[in-house]
Design a binder for this molecule. Structure first.
Ligand SMILES: [Zn+2]
Length: 175
């Protein structure tokens, strides 16, 4: 298997701008605008849903700091924060990351796309499945919190993965 570019950056210790116990901020060999930086967890997580919440929060906070630095020090007029999550989103490094792309009005980088109207029944179906899924996530969260409250002994049960079907489904999204 080809080595992961972001794990390799950590091994070579090249292009690293900042790091702490959990995250790395690095500059890649090839960038699309000057000052483009990438924030990623030190540990190898392929896609976003595998990243523990506290690590994701840390990545997001650091991405914002890099973005602020781009405004302050590089004269950026804007920043795009990009997460390519899964094969279908053109993820080309199998390690979760947030890229911070400093922008100017005249950089000619075209990240725009035209929206198109959806058929009404299409919208309805899409929104319904997402809404149902979000509600079930929120229910799971509540149940987890209640379980935690009830027993601090039986922690094994709460830490169990969400079942085989879920794992299989998430594997299909992994580059
Ligand atoms: Zn990696």
């Amino acid at each position: 298997m080809a080595p992961c570019e972001y794990c390799e950056i950590q091994e070579r210790k090249e292009g690293i701008i900042f790091q702490d116990d959990d995250i790395v901020i690095a500059v890649k060999d090839k960038v699309i605008t000057p000052g483009q930086m990438t924030v990623f967890p030190k540990e190898h997580f392929t896609i976003l849903e595998q990243v523990p919440e506290n690590i994701f929060v840390k990545c997001a906070v650091m991405a914002n700091k890099v973005s602020i630095a781009a405004f302050e020090c590089l004269g950026a007029q804007g920043t795009n924060l990009l997460v390519r999550n899964g094969l279908g989103a053109w993820q080309n490094v199998p390690h979760f990351s947030i890229e911070i792309i400093p922008r100017t009005e005249k950089d000619n980088l075209n990240l725009q796309w035209q929206g198109k109207p959806l058929a009404e029944d299409e919208t309805e179906t899409t929104l319904k499945v997402i809404k149902d899924q979000l509600e079930s996530f929120s229910k799971e969260e509540t149940e987890k919190k209640e379980e935690k409250k009830k027993s601090t002994e039986n922690t094994d049960e709460a830490a169990k993965p969400k079942g085989e079907n879920y794992l299989l489904k998430s594997l299909k999204r992994i580059p």
